[in-house]
Ligand binder design. Structure first.
Ligand code: GKR
Ligand code: MG
Length: 418
């Protein structure tokens, strides 16, 4: 089997005005879709966080991939590392490797008529649990509708557009999202309002959903160590885990000594190069893996083994994404022998996709598909339309600070705000 064609398509999907420590989600989120076509007429797809630079790096891979056998993942990874390694930064290299590896896995699965999970060692669970990902937000659904809510939206669709800027708004959002998707764990993206308001929202969620519902708060490292200790103590017994309240492994390690709460990260330990420091310092109890940033599905299994060896928990981080990433997360999540928590996903916030039949959440989980490859098919009309949106949307990289300045002129990101 040989790779005959490689197509790299940047897309822009409508994204609601969700708030975070870095600012605001722009009306569009960027993703890049990779399609590899083989000499036997099959195709495989991969998806990564998008934008002009990652798209350009992926374009540069084409000449190194054509003619390669998609089953030879080690050779492909080595070729890309050698050819791009000296020029590309490690973060971009991991994204490139991930997009191509996932597309190769999709191709391989289709070639041997088996789901990707079987190429990763087979299922250790039939379904992967996800958490409701709650955001403070302005009113609106993003995209061409900007800050306006879609007129005919009902149920979760209406809640997705509704403003949620206080504890009650967050509880309403959580109820609507859980009713639509059946999620059983809740994560609030914090770092937006003063800590007391966000902690109040966590208490409100705990009151509304009961003490047995796992809760997480993620201020994206915008709190000082002192603030994180003060509010962390208040949240003991309330949170399942406390996600990245402070920046750096050192600060997380110090925090861990002062609060009785498991700490989780997708910010201070984000690559294999960070693992020695994490283990030496004890910066977190749980690593939030992300196959896009850690270099692919096999790398995620490697990370799982490291977490298991060192007694760290493992879960999954996400960014705004479409159905290819969701499928990849489900396959690797089902293959991981040790996945201790419900995974993050932004997927409910999106209403556009490039796959014909996205995988479905039932009772907060997605069943790993049995069909060949990732189990999703490209919707070529949607892909073309979302590519047009990319060309016309005026964005070529994510910049939440700039998006926030549209709502609050002069707003600036601060590495530590409270
Ligand atoms: O979508 O606003 C967002 C999140 O803040 C995202 O960018 C983070 O990468 O979800 C992420 C996280 O857990 O830090
Ligand atoms: Mg996080």
């Amino acid at each position: 089997m040989k790779i005959l064609e490689m197509h790299v398509t940047p897309i822009a999907i409508s994204d609601p005005p969700l708030l975070n420590a870095a600012g605001l989600h722009a009306p569009y989120a960027l993703r890049t879709i990779v399609e590899l076509v083989s000499d036997d007429g099959l195709y495989g797809v991969g998806e990564v966080p998008g934008g002009a630079s990652i798209t350009a790096w992926l374009e540069q891979c084409r000449s190194h991939l054509l003619g390669q056998d998609p089953f030879q993942l080690n050779a492909i990874a080595e070729t890309l590392k050698t050819r791009l390694g000296g020029r590309i930064n490690p973060r971009h290299l991991a994204l490139v490797q991930s997009a191509i590896e996932v597309a190769c896995f999709d191709l391989m699965g289709k070639a041997v008529n088996r789901p990707v999970v079987d190429l990763l060692g087979g299922k250790t669970r039939d379904q992967v649990d996800f958490a409701a990902y709650l955001f403070y937000k302005y009113e609106g659904v993003g995209g061409a509708l900007g800050f306006k809510t879609r007129d005919n939206a009902q149920g979760w669709g209406a809640a997705r557009g509704a403003e949620a800027l206080d504890a009650k708004g967050i509880v309403d959002q959580a109820k609507a999202m859980c009713e639509a998707y059946g999620f059983k764990s809740l994560k609030l993206k914090g770092g937006v309002f003063p800590p007391e308001e966000e902690v109040e929202a966590m208490f409100a969620l705990s009151d509304a959903f009961g003490p047995d519902t796992p809760l997480r708060l993620d201020p994206n490292a915008i709190w000082s160590l002192e603030t994180s200790i003060t509010w962390g103590k208040r949240l003991e017994g309330v949170l399942e885990y406390y996600e990245d309240p402070v920046r750096t492994q050192e600060a997380m390690a110090e925090l861990a000594k002062n609060v009785s709460l498991p700490l989780a990260t997708n910010m201070c330990t984000t690559s294999f190069a960070d693992i020695p420091g994490a283990m030496k310092l004890g910066s977190e109890a749980i690593i939030l893996s992300d196959h896009h940033y850690w270099g692919g599905l096999r790398a995620t299994l490697d990370l799982g083994r490291i977490c298991q060896t060192f007694g760290r928990g493992l879960s999954m981080h996400s960014n705004s994404h479409v159905g290819i990433s969701l499928a990849a997360m489900v396959h690797v999540g089902a293959a991981l022998p040790y996945l201790s928590y419900a995974c993050d996903t932004h997927y409910p916030w999106q209403y556009e996709d490039v796959v014909t039949k996205p995988l479905e959440f039932i009772d907060g989980a997605i069943k790993v598909p049995d069909s060949p490859g990732l189990g999703v098919e490209l919707d070529r009309d949607s892909l073309a339309a979302l590519h047009e949106t990319y060309k016309n949307c005026g964005l070529d990289e994510r910049n939440d600070e700039l998006a926030m300045q549209v709502k609050q002129p002069g707003w600036r990101f601060a590495a530590t705000r409270w």
